[in-house]
Design a binder for this molecule. Structure first.
Ligand SMILES: [Zn+2]
Length: 646
């Protein structure tokens, strides 16, 4: 909650890190006094009588229920500002940010008054909040019709259990009425209340999680079909008439009863006849045939697999837009259902490793070829000095095999079968992993392992190819004074390129104009440049509902394990430049942090939504420092890897 967040507030500089001298603050802005709101974004300004109303768009609601940040500008750096009577600091640039409690309503109104010695400006900000269910006035019993979970279409295996949950008046009795007179009683949910996600995201939860005194959630467990038959698992949900076997929830309190249809249809899949599908995320026909589809261990989990187009798998479940692939008996992956296509029933999954893996040495890489009988799902598991290929649904009769190294980079290649229908080929290296990539050649899986660059510890950047990615457009964050992230990070990247090239690097700017560029294209440019390192440069913003005064500062994200030292070096160097709060490094499921061919990291050096940090990001001196931090971080990482190459 908001109160819990502000308890841990500590503003100011990080101790113990000797940084460059503080920058001189920006000059005091002297534009005409004018209240503007940058977030939530203004949609309309309307004057009624002597009041100026600033409306945000009803389609862009603040996604928070208790507190939210609002920021903007008053034009003058020496103005005083209040929001609903509470003073809000105005920075020298005229920018301000406020952290405000939200009403229990779908509309929030904030009265803003800005005052200077000569002038006063007033505005009422009207912002939209998420729609919420309101029990009918005076009713003893009610059902929150927005709270049915799950809802929609779902397909399960026989015997698979579903947890049903609905919000209704506390102290009632609740049950589900099914066709044929069957009844499933529901019980009040006494499990812990949910912690708002903003607190989880930054680890700021300090209150013990409280249980609601009178639970308003009712839960039950169900196995088998539910509601009207939803049809085949990989087909669009068919239309079900009113009288086609829907289930109803009935909530009773004393003599009062309400009944609502449960908007859920569950179908049961025949496990002996699973639908085979092929991964093809090129439904837009862009011709990008080398892309891959991300898979998660649970519908809302993080990415764990990347299935190249053409991969075959069987579907064992679906929940609305997500399909569950049965990779092996014990492993499933959830993917977006639109990115897989059903195959004819004759296609079966039976596959195996056809023959022994083969190692092919090359100048810049060494390639392992693993012949299979079909494009089966696989995953690359990376450790410090090894890459393991795990193949799913593969029944092989191969004994444990170990090959000696025939290349200075490869120590051994081994084969194993951790479970009956999964097989692993492990390449142990003589040095830490620098990069790799996988592709299909027919039904042979090709793993290309990159040879690490030879680094001169006295001139670590000499001859290094660096790719710098200025984040956005499209999308991106905006600061209180209306400064947009994309041009700011481009200016920083240009400065960093100049510094890197002066130290002997060949730097590629992935974007050098204001034109939007998609993430796949950015990764392709870095790969085509054969970059040794990729850095994506950003300015941060928070999601709705997170207190910016507690959660702003410097952070860096990585995804692949071998990129963690790079992320740490960058974070240390940028923290040293600005001396702001160190939010640390995080493992981020971000496209620009995920490439496998080179170590990569994404820097969130400063928060553009914080007035002081927006001023740093837009000033030449601040941009120079951010660039210096990026360069120092790269140098530190390269020095750490010098001397590992024979
Ligand atoms: Zn960004």
């Amino acid at each position: 909650m908001a109160a819990a967040l502000s308890l841990s507030a500590c503003r100011g500089h990080v101790g113990g890190v000797p940084g460059p001298a503080p920058l001189t603050p920006p000059p005091v802005a002297t534009a005409p006094l004018r209240i503007s709101v940058a977030y939530p974004k203004e949609a309309q300004r309307v004057t009624a009588g002597d009041t100026l109303f600033i409306y945000t768009s009803p389609t862009e609601r603040i996604q928070s229920r208790d507190s939210a940040f609002v920021f903007g500008s008053v034009g003058q750096g020496d103005a005083r500002l209040t929001v609903n009577g509470t003073p809000v600091p105005v920075y020298a640039t005229g920018a301000w940010i406020a952290w405000l409690p939200l009403p229990a309503d779908t509309l929030a109104r904030f009265d803003l008054v800005a005052v200077t010695a000569a002038d006063t400006a007033r505005a009422s900000l009207v912002a939209y909040l998420p729609p919420r269910f309101r029990p009918p006035m005076g009713a003893n019993v009610w059902v929150d019709t927005t709270s049915f979970s799950p809802a929609g279409g779902r397909w399960v295996r026989p015997g698979e259990e579903i947890r049903l949950s609905v919000r209704a008046a506390s102290g009632s009795s609740a049950r589900i009425l099914l066709p044929g007179g069957r009844v499933l009683p529901l019980v009040p949910d006494t499990s812990a209340d949910e912690v708002p996600w903003g607190q989880i995201a930054f680890g700021t939860t300090i209150d013990p999680v409280r249980m609601p005194e009178r639970p308003e959630r009712y839960v039950g467990r169900w196995t088998g079909a539910f509601g009207p038959d939803p049809g085949p698992a990989m087909s669009p949900l068919s239309v079900a008439p009113e009288d086609s076997g829907w289930a109803f929830v009935e909530v009773a309190f004393g003599a009062d009863t309400v009944r609502q249809r449960w908007p859920l249809r569950v179908g049961v899949i025949d496990p002996a006849r699973l639908q085979m599908v092929v991964v093809n995320d090129d439904t837009a026909h862009t011709g990008k045939t080398d892309s891959s589809l991300a898979g998660r261990p649970s519908p809302d989990g993080t990415y764990h697999w990347f299935f190249p187009n053409g991969t075959l798998a069987a579907v064992s479940g679906r929940w609305n837009g997500q399909a569950r692939l049965q990779l092996s008996r014990g492993t499933v992956a959830w993917v977006d259902a639109v990115d897989i296509q059903p195959l004819s029933p004759e296609v079966s999954a039976a596959t195996g490793i056809a023959s022994s893996p083969r190692l092919v040495p090359g100048d810049r890489s060494v390639t392992l070829r693993v012949p299979l009988t079909a494009r089966v799902p696989f995953r690359v598991e990376e450790t410090d000095r090894a890459l393991a290929l795990r193949f799913y649904g593969v029944a092989a009769d191969m004994d444990f095999v170990r090959y000696g190294g025939t290349d200075p980079l490869v120590r051994t290649i081994s084969f194993s079968q951790p479970v009956e229908d999964e097989a692993m080929v492990t390449v142990e290296l003589t040095q830490p992993v620098w990069g790799y990539r996988t592709s299909w050649s027919g039904t042979t899986l090709v793993l290309e392992v990159r040879r690490p660059p030879v680094i001169d510890p006295t001139r670590p950047l000499a001859g290094r190819k660096i790719a710098l990615d200025p984040g956005h457009p499209p999308a991106g964050a905006t600061g209180p004074n209306g400064n947009y992230e994309a041009p700011v990070v481009l200016a920083i990247a240009r400065r960093a390129k100049a510094m890197l090239d002066a130290l002997g690097a060949q730097t590629t700017l992935i974007r050098d104009t204001d034109a939007p560029m998609d993430l796949v294209e950015r990764l392709r440019i870095a790969e085509r440049a054969d970059a040794d390192i990729l850095i994506s440069i950003h300015a941060n913003a928070l999601p709705d509902g997170v207190n910016p005064f507690v959660n702003s500062g410097t952070s860096v994200y990585y995804y692949q394990p071998r990129s963690e030292p790079l992320a740490r070096a960058l974070n240390r160097a940028i923290v040293k430049q600005f001396g702001l709060r160190d939010l640390g490094v995080g493992r981020g499921d971000l496209a620009m942090a995920r490439p496998t061919w080179m170590p990569s990291a994404l820097t969130e050096g400063l928060f553009i939504m914080i007035p002081e940090q927006e001023a740093l990001l837009t000033s030449p001196a601040g941009q120079e420092r951010y660039a210096r931090g990026v360069v120092d971080g790269i140098v530190e990482f390269l020095r750490g890897r010098a001397g590992t190459t024979p």
